[in-house]
Design a protein around this ligand. Structure first.
Ligand code: E4P
Length: 214
């Protein structure tokens, strides 16, 4: 399974990259707003830190505007993936990008039919938001199971990128279902390694080692 980090904070991206498990980065307008910085500058820095797919989201809601933004971001680097919302105009933009060699990450997916439409349009990645579904008392991970079945039934190669991850168990479940990618907030990445028995076990080993002669 590939691990992307879900942030526009270059400091967090650097720290995650140092762990040696980072395959890519996803951003969205809210994450970029949190940085208080100019997006193109942030994007340029991210591209220097990570050699993998980096999602940049369009903010136009019409086909021509999305196409312009897609061309603009894609011209920055081969690793840029254009994030496009799953709306009618977005679908046209996904198809256009696919026909013009530009990778896409289709965002704001909350239903298997949206994922099917995205795959048919040639999306590179589909981003189902599991946490936001959980937030409204709907089983977010069930959506991942549904999309996995549909894509496998018909051989779509659109990668399932589990988004809106809130805790480590989302990553475990995504792995068991066979999702291709998880995009994970930095805090959750840090939590992936944590186990109290590892900490107490290490403390005991170190204490016992002091009793070893020499
Ligand atoms: C990622 O691509 C999404 O934009 C992100 O995971 C959404 O997460 P949130 O629901 O925590 O805002």
């Amino acid at each position: 399974m590939k691990f992307f980090i879900d942030t526009a904070d270059v400091g967090e991206i650097r720290q995650a990259a140092e762990l040696g498990m980072l395959d890519g980065v996803t951003t969205n307008p809210s994450l970029v707003a949190k940085t208080g910085r100019v997006f193109r500058e942030v994007l340029g820095e991210i591209l220097e830190v990570v050699d993998g797919p980096v999602s940049a989201e369009v903010t136009a809601t019409d086909f021509e505007g999305m196409k312009r933004e897609a061309q603009d971001y894609a011209s920055m680097h081969d690793n840029i993936v254009i994030k496009i919302p799953i709306i009618e105009e977005g679908l046209k933009a996904i198809k256009w990008c696919s026909e013009n060699g530009i990778k896409t990450n289709v965002t704001l997916c909350f239903h298997p039919l949206q994922a099917l439409m995205a795959a048919k349009a040639g999306a590179s990645y589909i981003s189902p938001f599991v946490g936001r579904l959980d937030d409204i008392s709907t089983d977010g991970m069930h959506l991942i199971t549904q999309i996995r079945s549909i894509y496998d039934n018909y051989g779509y190669d659109t990668e399932i990128l589990v988004a809106s991850i809130r805790h480590p168990m989302h990553v475990v479940e995504a792995g068991m279902i066979g999702a291709d990618v998880c995009t994970i907030p930095f805090k959750v990445i840090q939590a992936l390694l944590k186990h109290p028995l590892t900490d107490s076990g290490l403390a005991r080993f170190l204490e016992d080692w002091k009793k070893v002669p020499g």
